[in-house]
Design a protein around this ligand. Structure first.
Ligand code: FES
Length: 141
């Protein structure tokens, strides 16, 4: 996972494995806002309101700031039981501040303090290898 800065915020660019992408089917019923309908204009551009929350299924672009009180969630990509996480953990992110958990698409689990999914900033690809953050066909964020 790479982290870049955009408007003073950390933005994660994560190339998900096929297993990580497949995990999003399993977390579908466990997350609070599976279709990214809450505050969509603020948190999820229209072209990312899908199960992967991304343009390319394998690439997640998300702001690494918890939507509760702004802490930095940690990567917890290994599935399975481990401290602070449920036994059926599928991989994702854990905010250590108050225990919010997010799946591999940054979707917040149900009954957690964070009210929204992690923000997906506007972004677009220029060709196969160039990613622009903060801007899309509709303009700048
Ligand atoms: S800041 Fe993330 S759970 Fe409170």
């Amino acid at each position: 996972m790479r982290t870049v800065e955009w408007r003073g915020k950390p933005v994660w660019i994560l190339k998900r494995t096929p297993e990580m992408v497949a995990s999003l089917k399993k977390t579908e019923g466990k997350v609070a806002d599976a279709d990214s309908k809450r505050n969509p204009d603020e948190y999820t551009p229209e072209y990312c309101r899908n199960q992967n929350r991304s343009i390319k299924p394998e690439i997640l672009v998300a702001v690494g700031i918890c939507t509760h009180l702004g802490c930095s969630p940690s990567s917890k990509f290994t599935p399975g039981p481990q401290p602070s996480l449920p036994d059926d953990w599928e991989g994702g992110f854990l905010c250590p501040c108050h225990g919010s958990t997010f799946d591999m698409a940054g979707r917040v689990y149900k009954n957690k303090p964070a009210p929204d999914n992690l923000q997906v900033p506007r972004h677009m690809y220029l060709g196969d290898t160039k990613l622009v953050i903060g801007k899309d066909e509709k303009g700048e964020a």
